[in-house]
Design a protein around this ligand. Structure first.
Ligand SMILES: [Zn+2]
Length: 161
């Protein structure tokens, strides 16, 4: 099932999806999202995804994208893992060129050669949803992993100077 999210869909597929109000649902492995994984502390886990297609008044293609996952970012203050819940529903207008007018409450997505690869679009959305500078909420939360290691008796051998 998740294989289909990695496929490319051309104009005739997308027309059919829109006419039938098709829903695609599945899970994507985070490790298969190569641009996103480079931004993470660990690439373990999955993203739960649901797409549903339709058509707007003027004929443009409409797609709802829902996703839910937990990502492990790197805190830019202490460089330790930081949990980030990514959970959203976005309304997209799939258009052939940037000039096509769609309502304001839809986010325009220009299709590459009139084709759509859901996994790629999802990855774009997740990357945009990440905080610009990921950080633990408070300084106190920072470095907890390092402190635990010290408390557990692991000696922090620090050569002075
Ligand atoms: Zn931190």
């Amino acid at each position: 099932m998740s294989r289909s999210l990695h496929s490319w869909y051309g104009p005739s597929d997308l027309d059919r999806f829109a006419e039938r109000g098709v829903e695609l649902e599945g899970r994507l492995e985070i490790k298969q999202l190569s641009r996103l994984r480079d931004m993470l502390h660990t690439d373990a886990g999955q993203v739960q995804v649901k797409l549903s297609f339709g058509r707007g008044d003027a004929g443009w293609l409409h797609m709802s994208l829902e996703y839910r996952t937990t990502l492990w970012l790197v805190c830019q203050r202490c460089l330790e893992p930081l949990e980030f819940e990514a959970d959203a529903k976005v309304e997209l207008g799939l258009i052939e060129s940037a000039g096509v007018a769609i309502p304001e409450n839809f986010e325009p997505v220009v299709l590459e050669n009139d084709r759509l690869r859901p996994a790629q679009l999802l990855e774009d959305e997740l990357i945009v949803a990440l905080p610009l500078v990921p950080k633990h909420r408070t300084v106190e939360e920072c470095g907890q992993l390092a402190r635990q290691l010290v408390n557990n008796g692991a000696r922090a051998t620090r050569d002075s100077h």
